[in-house]
Design a protein around this ligand. Sequence first.
Ligand SMILES: [Zn+2]
Length: 376
Amino acid sequence: MTRPLFIGSEIYRNSSYGPWHPLRVPRVSTVMDLSRAMGWLPPEQYVTSPRAKAAALGIWHSADYLAALQRVEATQIATPEDRERFGLGTPSNPVFPEMWRRPATSAGASLLAGELLANGGVIYSPAGGTHHGMPDRANGFCYLNDPVLAILSLRRSGAQRVAYIDIDAHHPDGVEHAFRDTPEVLVLSVHEQGRWPRTGALTDQGAGNVFNLPVPSGFNDTEMAKVRDRLILPAVAQFRPDAIVMQCGADAVVEDPLSRLALSNNAHWNIVAALRPMAPRYLVLGGGGYNPWSVGRLWAGVWATLNGFAIPDVLPATAQAVLRELRFDNHRLGRNPPEHWFTTLQDVPREGPVRDQVLHGLHVLTKRISTLRVCL
Ligand SMILES: [Zn+2]
């Protein structure tokens, strides 16, 4: 098996959604800098992301919307119609200098990944995972939906069944919208109940291929391990995918400012590792994550996990320097970061009780696993 590829770009380093937006913090550039500081990212494993052309994005996004997105980037002005019809120029999806080029770059990575995985392999694109994007409008910080584009690209390149696993704190409403009537795509999400976008009910089955597990606040590592072993891995095994797309949003960890879940990054890494042998093609994406230290540490650890690199208990000085340089302006968590956010990648596990609500959700969903159609 060839070594995993990392698709990245410098466009993420200095672009920001604005000084008060949750996506003002650096994320992908931190992962690249940390990985290089660790000696984990040699040039032969790094691919510079192409920027997708509008024509290529037209396999899912509407031409009108793509034209509007490019126009608003060029003019830096969203009209009232752009706001109402396309969701552009809103507090969630503001006008900013790279508002077309940046998402077109992460979408380009997802389209390319589908092609590069035609004959199997492992690809990591931490800039991907924009799972709220809709065909004709921006939604929830997402201007395009690169996971949908990745799945379509994988299918066009020969994968017949694709399993999409999403452990972001938020429900992937855009991805479910795209594939809820497509039995060849398994859409499995674990997300915080009652949180925006408030979709993703336990009872929502799509064409039988949609599995939603809303979880209560305080969701811990012990609970996630049970979800992994009783739901995620058995569902994927039953589905027998040709490809797995894993959305590894970093906003379900305890230090994230936008959710109330309480995982450690071990929960994410354990799932990333467990899914790897379950399909010949494996694409791991980023997603949410709004604390610059926990995102950088978690996603660098994902890359280490995919490569089998040992994560040291204490980071070398060069890697610590990357974390010490991070700023989290306009947030209380940026004032006095604890020392271990600078000196380690791995969190202390956050074990806890497995609550009845989690067990009930698992009970409902595991009964459906055996009905997952293995078509074709
Ligand atoms: Zn999220």
